[in-house]
Ligand binder design. Structure first.
Ligand code: PMP
Length: 410
């Protein structure tokens, strides 16, 4: 007996043919916003685009031109599925700044850390598996976990990051319910969107809890070198290399355009990641990897990171100063690095409902609901200070305050 083909719709005759996974996919709230937020008259405090305008473009163009003349046959050829060996060696030097003592053999180069998130999900997640993630969590990671039909369970943060006792209690509870927790997804530094950092004291506690419950840690760390004061904190991977998959990226410390990131993983996991990546993309772009490798060896990349820190600190100050002046009825996190402020609206306001009015007032943000798997978060919103100039940030906050104050009066 043959079964009937699944139903299509008028707009999409293949609607009934997609996999179950695909039905779980949704455009992120940020993407839907981009069209309006990118209009020049709107101050967008929504997107997380790094400001790369001051990179030395001419010298980078010369270096990449040289690279192609000297080594073009390699740069434009297929490469290793695991990534270029010299770049992997350089990546270990970058991670050494966060006390990670890695071997280049355990590094897998990926197409941005976003692809690394996808690979980790692909090799670990079956439908219905649990991923424990901070409340709130990076929207792009939630999208990946949803695509693999995982069940994301949130665990709270406070001003010092993940709350260890709450994590312990949650894992105990999930264990009692017989749920399979595949990993803890965490952004320890300058959280997107939370704006907070996991304190030095809590780092070994979080690792110990995960180890005790037999739960792997997925440490997503694109912002770790962008702290405004002091030295980078030790990565969780430096505490327990056998228990952590660490994701890094050049998107924020250099530029996102070459799409180069990486995963550092325990040996056996690394092998699976390479197999998964080969099946997805054969190999990461050789041209992109060699361009990054050239940048790291020929430019003062540490000096550039310092310059980024200075620039983003100035923008953070502009945003926090403007919030203090114009929006004292709200509360917010004051980040010590990275790109984001997480703001709690005055009682009774809903960030999602307010958004159309904000856009009409020519300011955009991301409603907190984007960062929760369960639809909560409407009392909060994310503000990014990475891209607009300090003057535009102040103007954006002033407009936002106008909207909030009008709503609060209604
Ligand atoms: N993780 C986090 C927490 C991010 O904020 C981002 C980018 N916004 C990514 C991963 C992905 O970065 P990329 O793919 O450019 O390395």
């Amino acid at each position: 007996m043959s079964s009937l083909p699944p139903a299509g719709t008028r707009l999409d005759p293949w609607y009934g043919s997609y996999s179950r996974r695909t039905h779980g996919m949704r455009a992120s709230e940020i993407r839907a916003l981009f069209a309006v937020a990118n209009r020049p008259e709107v101050v967008s405090l929504a997107g997380g685009m790094p400001n790369i305008a001051d990179l030395p473009m001419d010298s980078i163009a010369d270096a990449v031109g040289d690279l192609l003349r000297r080594d073009g046959a390699r740069a434009l050829q297929y490469g290793s599925g695991q990534g270029d060996p010299e770049l992997r060696e350089q990546i270990t030097q970058v991670m050494a700044l966060e006390h990670v003592g890695a071997h280049p053999d355990d590094v897998v180069v990926t197409t941005g850390s976003q692809q690394a998130l996808d690979l980790v999900a692909r090799i670990f997640l079956d439908p219905g598996d649990v991923v424990v993630a901070e409340a709130p969590s990076y929207v792009g990671a939630l999208g990946v976990f949803r695509a693999y039909e995982a069940d994301v369970v949130h665990t709270p943060m406070d001003a010092h990051g993940l709350v260890p006792e709450a994590l312990d209690a949650l894992l105990t509870d999930l264990g009692r319910q017989g749920r399979r927790v595949k990993f803890l997804y965490t952004v320890p530094n300058f959280h997107n969107p939370g704006g907070v950092t996991l304190s030095l004291e809590r780092r070994p506690q979080v690792v110990e809890i995960a180890q005790r419950h037999g739960v792997l840690i997925l440490e997503d760390n694109p912002y770790g070198l962008l702290g405004f004061d002091g030295e980078p904190l030790p990565a969780l991977a430096s505490i327990a290399p056998d228990h952590v998959i660490y994701l890094g990226s050049f998107s924020k410390t250099f530029a996102p355009g070459y799409r180069v990131g990486w995963a550092l993983a325990p040996h056996a996991v690394r092998e699976k990641l390479v197999l998964a990546s080969e099946s997805a993309i054969l190999c990461p772009s050789n041209a992109g990897q060699l361009a990054i490798s050239t940048y790291l060896s020929r430019f003062d990349w540490r000096g550039q990171v310092k310059e980024y820190r200075r620039m983003y600190a100035e923008r953070r100050d502009a945003m926090v100063g403007a919030l203090q002046e114009h929006l004292p009825t709200a509360s917010w996190t004051t980040p010590e690095g990275g790109f984001y402020v997480w703001l709690k609206l005055p009682e009774g306001l809903d960030a999602r409902e307010m958004l159309p009015r904000a856009v009409t007032s020519l300011v955009a943000y991301v409603p907190g609901t984007a960062f929760f798997a369960d639809g909560s978060g409407s009392t909060h919103l994310r503000l990014s200070y990475c891209y607009p100039t300090p003057e535009r940030i102040v103007e954006g906050v002033r407009r936002l305050a106008g909207v909030v104050n009008t709503e609060a009066d209604l």
